[in-house]
Design a protein around this ligand. Structure first.
Ligand SMILES: NC(=O)c1ccc[n+]([C@@H]2O[C@H](COP(=O)([O-])OP(=O)(O)OC[C@H]3O[C@@H](n4cnc5c(N)ncnc54)[C@H](OP(=O)(O)O)[C@@H]3O)[C@@H](O)[C@H]2O)c1
Length: 321
């Protein structure tokens, strides 16, 4: 359900971002790539956090041919490996005074069951746990930003059919690739809202916002069929993208809006307000009833702290200040 409309909003409406530092995960392609282009065009210094620095550098070279005022740096970040997440955060903290915007964007969809370096089911591990750890480890940098910082977490409309299966979080007993994707995307929204509640309690000048891109033509849809070796599914995905998906530039708009629009407040959910919420200009929307369940969110938070070994300690930090 759409609650707020700002129908004319485009990438041109992103405010000037000079002297702002932005981290985008999965910046080498798709929505992350398109958002990176706009952030840098508006003057931001963007750290492109990519699992392959070769692919990241290739994307950076392409982007640099455009009309950019900000800078682009590529840094290695594999969300399927907590050691890589820690190294990225350590390096970022050592080289930057603060972080204005963190876009938790990278993701995988409907892939066959695989495990991350730490033994997590990959969709839950990359889409949720990797970003949970990353955000916690970058919290000091976010709090050191000059003015309000934002954490934007990219979910999906598919979160609406998601459930968090606490009894079998890693899909060890029973694995369905779409259920696992929906679980990870519900986890993204639960995380974004719970983070906001914790930031509020700590009085931190950081806003946490969830978003979804609708349906956009990117590499996302081909990874699952490719990994499963299914030519038929690959052809079907390509045909669906050609018929129904909006271009990646349009799919990046909700993330850009969530990251930069002055009207946005922490705890909101942004998505395209057009046909079936799959395309169109970004608006503030309502996510699923389940995503507002605080008990579920708190439980997911505790489990995520336990699994990743990353503890936010926000309230302790507030007491010490
Ligand atoms: N496109 C849509 O219609 C749609 C709809 C709903 C939600 N979303 C969400 O939007 C986000 C971006 O997706 P997209 O459509 O732009 O897909 P994409 O074109 O496939 O891009 C995904 C990005 O995530 C990166 N990534 C994958 N695994 C990673 C890992 N272990 N560590 C670090 N980065 C990793 C990919 O890197 P590589 O290139 O190296 O693989 C790529 O840069 C995802 O969270 C997705 O769930 C997209």
């Amino acid at each position: 359900m759409v609650t707020t409309s700002d129908s004319a909003w485009t990438a041109d409406d992103v405010p000037e971002l000079d002297d702002r530092t932005v981290v985008v995960t999965g910046a080498n392609t798709g929505l992350g790539y398109e958002a990176t282009r706009v952030f840098a065009r508006k003057g931001a210094d963007v750290v492109m956090a990519c699992r392959s620095t070769d692919r990241g550098e290739a994307a950076r070279r392409e982007l640099r041919d455009g009309d950019l005022r900000g800078s682009l740096d590529v840094a290695a970040l594999d969300l399927a490996d907590l050691d890589s997440v820690r190294s990225f955060a350590d390096e970022f903290g050592a080289t930057h005074d603060g972080l204005d915007v963190l876009c938790n964007n990278a993701g995988v969809m409907a892939i066959p069951r695989r495990e991350t370096a730490d033994g997590f089911e990959t969709q839950f591990g990359v889409n949720h746990l990797g970003h949970f750890a990353l955000t916690g480890l970058l919290l000091d940098s976010l709090r050191a930003a000059d003015g309000e910082a934002r954490v934007v977490t990219q979910s999906s409309g598919v979160h609406e059919r998601g459930e968090i299966d606490f009894a079998d979080l890693q899909g060890e007993d029973d694995y369905d690739e779409w259920d696992a994707y929906a679980q990870s995307k519900l986890a993204n929204v639960l995380f974004a809202y719970e983070l906001q509640r914790r930031l509020d309690r700590a009085g931190a000048d950081v806003a946490s916002v969830a978003c979804h891109p609708g349906y956009a033509d990117t590499d996302l849809q081909r990874r699952g069929p490719e990994m499963a070796g299914s030519r038929l599914r690959l052809v079907a995905m390509k045909a669906a993208n050609a018929a129904f998906a909006q271009p990646a530039e349009a799919g990046a708009l909700p993330m850009l809006y969530a990251a930069t629009a002055p009207a946005i407040e922490g705890g909101e959910y942004v998505g395209p307000g057009g046909l079936f919420d799959m395309r169109g200009a970004p608006t503030v929307q309502q996510s699923s009833d389940r995503s507002y369940d605080r008990r579920r969110a708190e439980r997911l938070w505790s489990v995520s702290e336990e699994l990743t070994g990353v503890s936010y300690d926000l309230e302790a930090a507030a007491t010490a200040e």
